[in-house]
Design a protein around this ligand. Structure first.
Ligand code: NAP
Length: 269
């Protein structure tokens, strides 16, 4: 595969997570990075990763194979108006919440190869579970190009645009549900007289170990049953969760997240 040049529009947390992994890829020729007004941030990224700061994105766009939009969703409509006349076949990818490939196509044209990726905050440590949806004009070589970006931040799954809208609640928001679960366990552990640091260590390693077991492709039901002797102590704890509507609450939390995200997306239209 020919080495790729990528132009980032936006140099925030997400862009930096991707860049930090991408600079290790042998398939990247150059990375240009532009943002709104914070030039110091671009210089920092240049010192840290050897990227090329872009102070005129529209002239650097012509050198790019891929233009990666890592800026807020609400900045997209204005920016896409400026981008449209500059495009000469570049693959346009956004990581913005709610901005699917059909939105890009509507603003840039159906023939523009486009994609939407939805990473989560674990991309910071190369452990994201990212979702990706392609537009109609994205071809196999575009998908290979984007794989480098996705591999730089963790694992990924190709979905339809509608599925990305729905599943972002699970891959993007549910980490917050898990952290809330961890907070409760930490608070309870502290009541048994250990320090906050010790409680955090106990809970985070317990969660990391459990997640590693799940990743070994064991069924969660089987894993749960391994820990839960019928009539035993763990079963008593599980009972409290069941009585409180644990499973229903989690599903409702996903549905509420999606409802809110849809409302915000409609507001931005
Ligand atoms: N953070 C996450 O966990 C996460 C997860 C999935 C998706 N996302 C999406 O990723 C995108 C970026 O998020 P982030 O957390 O990296 O945000 P961030 O840290 O606030 O960075 C936003 C960047 O966008 C730039 N920007 C803002 N308006 C712009 C414009 N009109 N033209 C060019 N650049 C502009 C900012 O430049 P200045 O600093 O110069 O203003 C900044 O570099 C968002 O669309 C978000 O929905 C984030």
């Amino acid at each position: 595969m020919k080495k790729q040049t990528i132009l980032f529009i936006g140099a925030g947390r997400m862009a930096e997570s991707i860049i930090s992994g991408l600079v290790k890829s042998p398939n990247i020729e150059d990375i240009y990075v532009s943002n709104h007004r914070n030039r110091e941030k671009l210089m920092n990224l240049e010192n840290k990763y050897g990227i090329r700061p872009s102070f005129s994105w529209s002239s650097d766009a012509e050198k790019a194979d891929m233009i990666l939009l890592a800026m807020p969703p609400e900045a997209h409509p204005e920016f896409l108006k400026e981008l449209k006349p500059v495009l000469t076949g570049q693959f346009v990818v956004t990581i913005a919440a709610g901005i699917g490939p059909s939105f890009l196509e509507e603003h840039l044209g159906q023939d523009v190869p486009a994609a939407w990726i939805m990473p989560n905050t674990a991309s910071e440590i190369g452990e994201s579970m990212s979702l990706v949806a392609y537009g109609q004009a994205a071809l196999e070589h575009h998908k290979l190009m984007l794989k480098d970006v996705l591999d730089a931040i963790g694992e990924s799954e190709v979905c339809t645009e509608e599925q990305v809208h729905q599943l972002t609640a699970i891959t993007g928001s549910a980490p917050a549900f898990l952290y809330a679960f961890a907070e409760s366990l930490i608070e309870q552990a502290e009541t048994y007289g250990i320090s906050h640091e010790h409680a955090v260590k106990l809970v985070s390693q317990m969660m990391a170990g459990s997640s590693a077991m799940l990743k070994l492709k064991k069924a969660p039901k089987e894993l749960r049953e391994q820990v839960t002797t019928p009539g035993g102590a763990t079963a008593e704890g599980i009972n409290v969760l069941v009585q409180g509507g644990y499973s229903r609450l989690i599903k409702e939390a996903v549905i509420a997240t999606n409802r809110k995200a849809l409302g915000k997306w409609q507001e931005n239209q």
